[in-house]
Design a binder for this molecule. Sequence first.
Ligand code: GLN
Length: 493
Amino acid sequence: MSTLPESVLEIAAEIRAGQCTAAQVLERSLDRIDAADASIGAFEDTRADTARSMAATVDEQVAAGHDPGPLAGVPIAIKDCIAVKGEPMTCGSRILDGYVSPFDAAAIERLRQAGAVLLGRTRCDEFAMGSSTEHCASGTVSNPWSHDHVPGGSSGGSAAAVAAGFVPAALGTDTGGSIRQPAALCGITGFKPSQGRVPRWGQVSFAPSMDQIGPFARTSADCAAIMQVIAGEDARDTTSAAATMGSVDLDAPADLSHLRIGVPQEHLDEGNHPAVNDGIERACDAARSLGATIVPVRLETTDLGIACYYVLGPAEASSNLARFDGVRYGRRADDVASLDELYERSRTEGLGAEARRRIVLGTWVLSAGYYDAYYNRALKVRRLIHDEYAARFSEVDLLLGATTPAPAFKLGSMSDPMSMYLCDRYTVTANIAGICGCSIPFGTADVDGTSLPVGVQLLGPLLGDHVVLQCAHALQQTTDHHLQRPPAGLNQN
Ligand code: GLN
């Protein structure tokens, strides 16, 4: 078993070539989950039986001489807010207790067609609202690097499942940083596609103008392999992009001499943990050594991001979450005397504090009298942020900066919602502008004797997904930060 391949690309290649079976790779994942997920908590459930039948189908196809597809037999964990036909989906909320999805998300249909083995639903913050996965109705998730620390959020279960080695890849969603931030905190690669790149059909809406599904894996090459499968237009999401994603040449020499990379000086903030700024400097050195031209740039709208996001996001959420009313989906309050009481009690019993906070905030900023002062004003700020990125991307090809201001914090240590919101300072503006971004691990920080990963963020223009992934791949060919593993033995506790 120890000779089984670990990466998405190697697993698919060896299974397609008949050098190992999908069943062997799946059983290894299930064994690892059995041995260590009790102390991590990445999964809501593993769906082992359906996974076994998917793996068996892949093995039968190979045996019959058919090609199961580019992700043949690759176990992929799915964030619990992406619909999988016939499986429960809770979005980390009590309000969806008992809900079973009658259909597959577009991204899930594409993973199935590519031969992937769907392995488990991963924990997330309720309706993807949060930065620590502590707002999940079924429990918290530990960071595989230190079980006292959060894995980040909201896709913390997916990030932890990959970092712990349970699965080679997972899907998450990113509305304001929920793929990039947990990837940074767990020491893996996480890619947030351009708005419209991956269809949102079957992704439970939080703030659809900013929501995107994307991959987690150890390497950007593996993320690229998954993107090639899940990207592309879908008629059921009219906001999905018609243009096909450019290809990422994984065999190309690691050469960045054609790239100008801007480093937003606002990302090198003195308030960051020093290891974050160090990571950016080292990533710049690595890019320079591959021939890239590194130029300091300004990104003055960085400071406007959080305020703008926490008007737009809650406004969209308040309208999208109105569908969870106790009538159509999931949990319904008993013994009610009126329709109003049904709504009120079902939502009060079913929704957690953070989701309620966002709904109240969003309803308020959209209400008559405040709409212009808040929602319309935030839309104007959105235009400023968009225009500033457009101006930078007319001068440079990519931007290289921080993913998060600091490494993972301790579970239970961040009680103030505002401090939690500030974790997304460097990620939200990409969603507001619709551009793409990738967090790649670039070293570790020593926090009170605990070694915790630090990520850096590569940002690219709208639909420049392949440029970001190609650059991240080049950097990962000459560095080994993405190959570091959590301390041995920790997961067996
Ligand atoms: N942490 C941010 C929030 O709480 C981002 C969430 C996300 O990207 N889904 O809204």
